[in-house]
Design a protein around this ligand. Structure first.
Ligand code: FES
Ligand SMILES: [Fe+2]
Length: 308
């Protein structure tokens, strides 16, 4: 990030960049909002191999998925002793379960006897029992029962607990890490929690969960949600109240694990050459559920104030 050509293009071509909009809003924006990394990631084409190559996929598992913290479920899904939720990533699977001691643990979802998958989905357990030969474990991971244990002289019950992944929580999310030597979640998150101080994620709940399997490399999906370039094509109805290309992207040199995109709402997209007036912006934002349907404009506010 030595060169900030991308930021210059943004500055020179977008009439109001995100920071201009903040300044125009008045007041004192939170410190995180006025940070601007002016990052530059280059414009060179990526090799299509990153989406199609088995070798790169394997390398991602070896160097990333096996070592990184990843969100496994919400805490409320595993709030009571015995509740569990299974998290799958590639060929790996972890059972997040709340023990009778109230502690959250993550067990490798593979039977230490012959490798059978132990659990699926989510629900309630009194113990973890393998469907194949019936070995079972306590919710805290210690071996509970081995059928015909007389014929397993080699099984030392003290050393036959379920192997664990690391577990951490932040903002009501449960994270797991497959690397026993990984740095703690709190270190990994860096300054991210500061950015969410105004929006305590632990106070949120899942009202509905809709999932869809998409037959593609994971990056194809993630990247589709990380750019605002698609708004004009896919949901142009948002342009009236959404500053798609006024958005700011930040990649910080001292933050290894998170970057961000911030989008301004309550402003018309620069794509609409004749900017909508404030009433039109507010009506469009209300239709989209972005603000109180009863909100009204007066001299002291703008659609941005009402949405915020
Ligand atoms: S494979 Fe699980 S008890 Fe045999
Ligand atoms: Fe979208």
């Amino acid at each position: 990030m030595t060169d900030n050509q991308a930021f210059k293009r943004y500055r020179n071509n977008v009439d109001l960049i995100y920071q201009d909009i903040l300044a125009r809003d008045g007041g004192k924006p939170p410190a995180e909002f006025i940070q601007c990394s002016q990052s530059e990631m280059g414009s060179a084409d990526l090799s299509t191999d990153v989406y199609t190559s088995r070798e790169i996929h394997d390398l991602e598992f070896e160097t990333m998925w096996n070592h990184t913290w990843q969100m496994a479920c919400r805490e409320h899904a595993v709030a009571e002793p015995g509740t569990y939720s299974v998290y799958d990533i590639g060929k790996y699977s972890v059972i997040v379960v709340r023990g009778n001691d109230k502690k959250l643990r993550g067990f490798i979802n593979s039977c230490p006897h012959r490798g059978t998958r132990l659990c699926d989905g989510w629900g309630n357990l009194q113990r973890i029992r393998c469907a194949f030969h019936g070995f079972s474990w306590e919710l805290e991971g210690t071996l509970k029962e081995v059928p015909c244990s007389w014929d397993f002289p080699q099984v030392d019950s003290d050393n036959f607990g379920l192997p664990e992944a690391l577990v951490g929580t932040w903002g009501g999310f449960v994270f797991i890490n497959l690397d026993p030597d990984a740095k703690p979640l709190s270190e990994y998150l860096g300054r991210l929690p500061e950015h969410f101080q105004r929006w305590p994620m632990e106070d949120r709940y899942v009202a509905s969960h809709v999932g869809k399997y998409i037959d593609c490399n994971w990056k194809v999906v993630i990247e589709a949600f990380l750019e605002t370039l698609h708004v004009i094509g896919l949901h142009p109805e948002s342009l009236k109240f959404f500053g798609d290309i006024n958005s700011q992207y930040d990649v910080w040199e001292d933050e290894e694990y998170f970057s961000r995109m911030i989008n301004p709402s309550g402003i018309t997209s620069p794509h609409l050459k004749n900017r909508a007036n404030d009433e039109t912006v507010l009506t469009a934002a209300k239709e989209f559920g972005l603000c109180d349907p009863a909100a009204t404009l007066d001299q002291s506010n703008t659609p941005r104030h009402l949405i915020a």
